[in-house]
Design a protein around this ligand. Structure first.
Ligand code: SAH
Ligand code: SF4
Ligand code: F3S
Length: 472
């Protein structure tokens, strides 16, 4: 196995100087199913671009495919459960069609490694979060070498720009860093994605320029702790300098970034966000919980007071900044009093949105040594409580926005109604507008452009608005 690992490390380091080899002559069909976060989706897009270079074309159902790839997530046991289900369901087909290849990539592959081959004889290839770019070459080796595991961490960030498959949406996702140097005690991500590594800014700018030239009006910079961008580069780059660099790209209309850690939000970053008009006034900065006792057990490296100070610093500079949080309920030892502190934090801050998760013990993490002692029913009740609180807040807040005007970046048709278009404010408000104007214009033609609108109505998930006539 070591030999395999070494080969792959050197392949990764040299890959920018190698031109892609046409690995397959005849066309083959690949079906990819992606679980988890946007980083996984971005990885799937790169893997699919590499497979296309090798002669594979993508199909939309596993039944037609001769290669099935599951790009997996490990963040909670439920995420892995879905993948175990998929692998169980495909077993039958694999035994009747031995030419079918099954690959598992992503975070669960990185975490479970050889164990996946042992448990699932139907799996041919296990490929980790830094090695997935080599999928075509690994597939080539299967007939001779048998089933393979490739999960070492390589030098992915400096290996030049990999081509990627972009959707035709308004937004282009651009990973700017990978991995995470924190060790929140509940979290598997540092295990599955390794140490933090930032990509050099010139490669990011090049990728952003290509995305804009291909018609994307917005880029979203991705990282597990994106506000720590640049620390590993040692050239003075940080997220603020990166935003400034990308802001200069003509025809780029909006820049977003996710996800931030409260500890890394500097005043320089907040000042830069406030100054640059294309940068979304939106911060996804998970608080996780409101109790100092639990924050310490979580290893989050800030206190409730520290979090509230970040909120104050952000709002001082950007009064309308929209703050999005993740909340974990039912962390070990979370008492009713601790939970109440999460509720009061939510009330004090007034988040624009919240993702709420029930704590799920992960193998090998620090918190796994603590008993998972909050009963499931209590976790569920706390989860629903926070969700209810958040929706009530959104409803009340949205009502105060009636009559306000926003610049909306038009994304396309509303998902549920083709008579409406959907777009986002410079924060992250989901705004719907009637598709056809009174004078017969089709606003779908504004896709990828900014449209001035005035809010007239709302639900707790969306705002309804009318276009405002440009004047002057
Ligand atoms: N890198 C991001 C997100 C990490 S995972 C960040 O640091 O903000 C996304 C979210 O999943 C986390 O913010 C956390 O709220 C949740 N999460 C992570 N591990 C979890 C676990 N073991 N159980 C429940 N929720 C978890
Ligand atoms: Fe996980 Fe914490 Fe790193 Fe986020 S900052 S990826 S929650 S370890
Ligand atoms: Fe899941 Fe890995 Fe993303 S664990 S949330 S796919 S970083």
């Amino acid at each position: 196995m070591d030999l395999l690992h070494n080969t792959l490390v050197s392949a990764a380091m040299n890959s920018s100087t190698l031109s892609p080899q046409p690995v397959q002559q005849r066309s083959r069909k690949v079906y990819m199913e992606t679980f988890g976060c946007q980083m996984n989706q971005a990885d799937s897009d790169i893997a699919l671009a590499r497979l296309a270079e090798a002669g594979y074309h993508e199909v939309s159902s596993g039944d037609e495919a001769d290669l099935i790839i599951y790009n997996t997530c490990s963040v909670r046991d439920g995420a892995e459960g879905k993948i175990r289900g998929r692998l169980g369901a495909i077993k039958q087909r694999k035994s009747s069609d031995p030419n079918l290849r099954i690959a598992v990539m992503g975070c669960m592959a990185q975490r479970a490694k050889e164990e996946l081959l042992k448990t699932y004889p139907q799996v041919d290839l296990v490929v980790g979060t830094d090695q997935f770019v080599h999928i075509p070459e690994l597939l080539e080796r299967l007939p001779e070498e048998g089933r393979l595991v490739a999960t070492n961490f390589g030098d992915f960030e400096n290996s030049g720009n990999w081509s990627t498959r972009r959707s035709d949406g308004v937004n282009a996702w651009i990973p700017v860093m990978r991995g995470c140097n924190y060790n929140c005690t509940y979290c598997i991500v540092p295990t599955t994605r390794g140490r933090e590594k930032s990509r050099p800014p010139h490669l990011i700018e090049q990728e952003a320029r290509e995305a804009v030239a291909a018609g994307h009006a917005q880029v979203t910079l991705l990282g597990q702790t994106v506000d720590a961008y640049g620390k590993t580069l040692g050239d003075g780059s940080n997220l603020a300098t990166l935003l400034r660099r990308l802001h200069a790209i003509e025809d780029l209309k909006r820049i977003r970034f996710v996800t931030s850690h409260p500890k890394d939000i500097t005043d320089e970053l907040l000042d830069t966000m406030a100054e640059l008009p294309k940068v979304a006034k939106h911060l996804h900065v998970p608080a996780q919980c409101g109790s100092n006792r639990i924050l310490r057990l979580m290893g989050r490296r800030y206190t409730r007071e520290g979090y509230l100070d970040f909120v104050r610093r952000a709002r001082e500079r950007m009064p309308d900044v929209e703050l999005l949080t993740d909340i974990i309920v039912g962390f070990p030892r979370e008492s009713d009093a601790d939970f109440q502190e999460t509720r009061t934090l939510m009330q004090e801050v007034g988040f624009a949105g919240a993702y709420v998760f029930m704590y799920s013990p992960r193998p090998g993490t620090g918190a796994n040594n603590l008993a998972d002692d909050v009963p499931l029913e209590v976790k569920k009740a706390r989860c629903n409580d926070i969700l209810g609180l958040q929706l009530a807040h959104q409803e009340a807040w949205y009502r105060t926005l009636h009559g306000r005007e926003y610049e909306v970046l038009v994304e396309g048709l509303s998902k549920n109604n083709d008579q409406r278009i959907q777009g986002r404010s410079i924060g992250n408000l989901n705004i719907l507008v009637d598709r056809f104007t009174a004078d017969g214009r089709d606003l779908l033609q504004q896709r990828g452009q900014l449209l001035r609108v005035r809010i007239r109505d709302n639900t707790n998930l969306a705002l309804y608005a009318d276009p405002v006539q440009a004047h002057g």
